[in-house]
Design a protein around this ligand. Structure first.
Ligand SMILES: [Zn+2]
Length: 297
């Protein structure tokens, strides 16, 4: 069995051909220019597919909210105009003539971690990604929990500061306005305007007490959302992803703040950093397609 996995983003399409054991046989990355629209993105995906041969199914991880039951984009923002409503699986099946399964990129990353990364051996866990916003996925019994409409897991819009900062979703005080990497950098740049990114921040933090205080306050913001989620879902594991969480000292700092805030019976939850980095989507798309093939046998 061979599977072609695509991770479709607004700026690039990552792709890989994998065998039945999850070994990457070949991979590439292609610019996607999502700003040119959903149709253009699909043409790019077809061109990527044409670069490969000998696969039995295609797994897709994509930007946007996805109805995984029928492979349709429910909603995509202005980064890919006209992508909303697009029947991705139908379009690509007509082109490639093999089964195509589609999942949202945050959910796909969670499935990647579930099968090949920090979630191995855990059936029920949460995966949160800290970046421009905060993305989330709920994995129950090894599968993504989609909810009534397939869009469960928008942890970034939990209200942690009612009447606080405005959010693109229309609410005020959403978790991601305080706990995202963007929020951290916004605060850090108030005292150090020249900071390029999180890496630059953590390179300086050793001798800067003001930056240390900002990071400590941000760790608390991260923790607030996790307290609510842990008490709601009683997960066995929470995986913290996003580039900033590669600073493993942060994962430990969140642990230190989280456990004292949990009721005793919830303290069995483990907190781990994501392991697959930006490859998680590819491995999740692969896992999804492999399972779809196995279930049709
Ligand atoms: Zn919001």
């Amino acid at each position: 069995m061979r599977i072609l996995a695509l991770d479709i983003g607004g700026t690039a399409i990552k792709s890989a051909l994998l065998d039945g054991f999850g070994h990457v046989l070949r991979e590439m990355e292609t610019p996607s220019e999502g700003k040119r629209g959903g149709m253009h993105l699909m043409e790019c995906a077809k061109a990527v597919i044409d670069e490969y041969a000998g696969y039995d199914a295609i797994g897709i991880s994509t930007t946007g909210q996805v109805d995984a039951r029928n492979g349709r984009i429910i909603f995509a923002n202005e980064n890919v105009p006209g992508y909303s409503g697009m029947q991705v699986s139908r379009i690509l099946e007509a082109h490639a003539h093999v089964p195509v399964v589609v999942e949202n990129d945050v959910n796909a990353a969670a499935l990647g971690e579930a099968n090949f990364g920090a979630g191995v051996g855990e059936r029920d866990f949460l995966c949160l990604t800290y970046g421009t916003g905060v993305g989330g996925a709920i994995v129950i019994d090894g599968r993504i929990y989609g909810g009534a409409d397939g869009v469960a897991g928008e942890m970034g819009h939990i209200l942690t500061h009612p009447e606080g900062l405005p959010c693109a979703c229309g609410q005020r005080g959403c978790y991601e306005q305080y706990a995202s990497t963007s929020a951290l950098m916004r605060r850090a740049r108030e005292v150090e305007p020249g900071l390029a990114d999180g890496k630059a921040l953590f390179a300086q933090i050793g001798e800067r007490q003001d930056l240390q205080a900002i990071v400590a306050a941000w760790v608390l913001e991260v923790t607030y959302g996790l307290v609510s989620l842990t008490h709601t879902l009683n997960p066995g594991l929470i995986i913290l992803g996003g580039g900033v969480m590669r600073q493993r000292v942060l994962v430990q700092a969140v642990r230190d703040q989280l456990y004292p805030r949990l009721m005793q019976s919830y303290r069995g939850v483990r907190l781990e950093g994501a392991q697959l980095g930006n490859q998680a989507g590819i491995f999740g798309a692969y896992a999804l397609a492999r399972r779809a093939l196995e279930e049709t046998k």
